[in-house]
Design a protein around this ligand. Structure first.
Ligand code: 13P
Length: 255
């Protein structure tokens, strides 16, 4: 699974879709690769319209598949909450996934684990959750990465998780910095995340785990070669349709 997180950037969706389509290599493996875009919420409708004209034109017969559309965050409640986007609104607009717990939300919007747990529960397994976790540079230097991740994963304790539940391991120090952990270290952390979720969730689910943090079409292969890396959550490199398509192509040819 490869997900584009456009964050608060304006993207020319028309151009992006054309560029993606030009670069994207269609093959039979394609059917099994899920990929999606989380545009700023204001552009979801536009994104879905572009998707429909570019990707759903052949009923899937020729190997074209739907591009999932998702939100970058979701509110845990609904009603009189100015500016918030509820889970029912996500479902109503036909979105398929919601990113929750992104480090930018934790840091800039003071979201804590309790709130993120409420968000996870409010998704009610109706919308695919992509839960972001990751350690800061300081925590990494102190060698407490696994402790930090375990604490962030506390929110799955006794929660019955849907099969689609996805964790994105995004070291805070790797986001937008051009720095990344070594692929073998990412692999070890991903195995750890799968073990922690499996032993804590009510239904012993083994989640899909994506890597995020300075993923580009130059380094993606080195991550996708690793056994426990199930895809990527891509920020900056996803703003260009061709580059994002290349990352999806690399995933298709590696996994
Ligand atoms: P970059 O790919 O720009 O480092 O961002 C990663 C990220 O935060 C995706 O959610």
């Amino acid at each position: 699974m490869i997900i584009a997180n456009w964050k608060s950037n304006i993207v020319d969706i028309n151009q992006w879709t054309h560029d993606f389509h030009d670069e994207y290599i269609v093959n039979e493996r394609l059917q099994s690769t899920i990929f999606g875009v989380a545009p700023p919420s204001l552009y979801i409708e536009k994104m879905r319209r572009m998707e429909q004209s570019h990707f759903a034109f052949d009923d899937g017969e020729l190997g074209c598949q739907e591009v999932l559309c998702g939100v970058q965050d979701v509110d845990h409640s609904y009603g009189s909450r100015t500016g918030a986007i509820s889970v029912d609104m996500v479902i109503d607009t036909g979105c398929n996934f919601a990113i929750i717990g992104h480090s930018e939300r934790r840091d800039l919007f003071n979201e804590d684990n309790d709130l993120i747990k409420e968000k996870l529960k409010s998704l009610k397994n109706k919308v695919m959750a992509v839960l972001c976790i990751g350690e800061t540079k300081e925590e990494n230097d102190k060698g407490i990465t696994k402790d930090v991740l375990k604490q962030q994963l506390d929110i799955v304790k006794e929660v019955e998780l849907d099969q689609s539940f996805t964790v994105a391991y995004e070291p805070v120090w790797a986001i937008g910095s051009g720095l990344t952990p070594q692929p073998k270290d990412i692999n070890e952390i991903h195995k750890y995340i799968k073990d922690v979720v499996q032993s804590n969730s009510a239904n012993k689910l083994i989640p899909r785990v994506l890597y995020g943090g300075s993923v580009t079409d130059k380094n993606a292969e080195s991550f996708f070669m690793e056994e426990f890396v199930d895809g990527a959550l891509v920020g900056g490199a996803s703003l260009d349709g061709k580059t994002f398509a290349n990352i999806v192509n690399i995933y298709n040819s590696t996994k």
